[in-house]
Design a protein around this ligand. Structure first.
Ligand SMILES: [Zn+2]
Length: 178
């Protein structure tokens, strides 16, 4: 009786100690981005959606890659490709990426920041210098488009007008596979 009770107490303390870490978002750090995601499954789905097509052959390959390594190398590759496409080089660029499990969570974050309901699948918040993606809608063109916004925003000392911002992001999106 005493034994099982103390075991129970030990387990209970174990749960208390462990649970804050399990619910906390995980961070990955690439050259240009801090990548925050809720769990490994979300990162895995994001990585599967982010199919690089023939760009994959241009990327550096190191054997025994984990999903974390794959996401880091894809993001850094896309950032550099977007800089090249826009002719805006930012070697010191740092921004954040939040990967959500679904679009609803992306839209909830947009509402939390801007108090407006939207149906966006991804967005960039210049004030937070953060891109929000959904793991079920993170195709190469979507990812490149938002990174186009990141590069444009960080390149100019004064934010370009919204319409010009959009033109540059679309240009980055259209030329990512060139
Ligand atoms: Zn846009």
């Amino acid at each position: 009786m005493t034994y099982s009770r103390s075991l129970y107490i030990i387990l209970f303390i174990g749960v208390l100690v462990c649970s804050p870490y399990q619910s906390e978002a995980v961070d990955l750090e690439s050259r240009y981005a801090v990548i925050i995601f809720e769990d490994h499954d979300t990162l895995k789905r994001f990585n599967n959606e982010l199919y690089m097509g023939r760009l994959g052959s241009q990327m550096r390959r190191n054997s025994g890659e984990t999903i974390e390594d794959e996401v880091i190398s894809k993001i850094d590759f896309i950032v550099e490709k977007v800089m090249l496409t826009l002719d805006m080089f930012l070697p010191q660029l740092k921004f954040s990426i939040v990967i959500h499990p679904d679009e609803k969570t992306v839209q909830r974050d947009f509402f939390d920041i801007y108090k407006v309901n939207v149906d966006y699948i991804a967005f960039y918040s210049p004030s937070r210098n953060t891109v929000f993606y959904s793991a079920d809608n993170s195709f190469l063109r979507v990812v490149a488009h938002e990174i186009g916004h990141v590069v444009a925003e960080n390149y100019f000392p004064i934010s370009p007008p919204q319409r010009i911002h959009e033109v540059m992001a679309q240009y980055a999106e259209q030329h990512i596979t060139d």
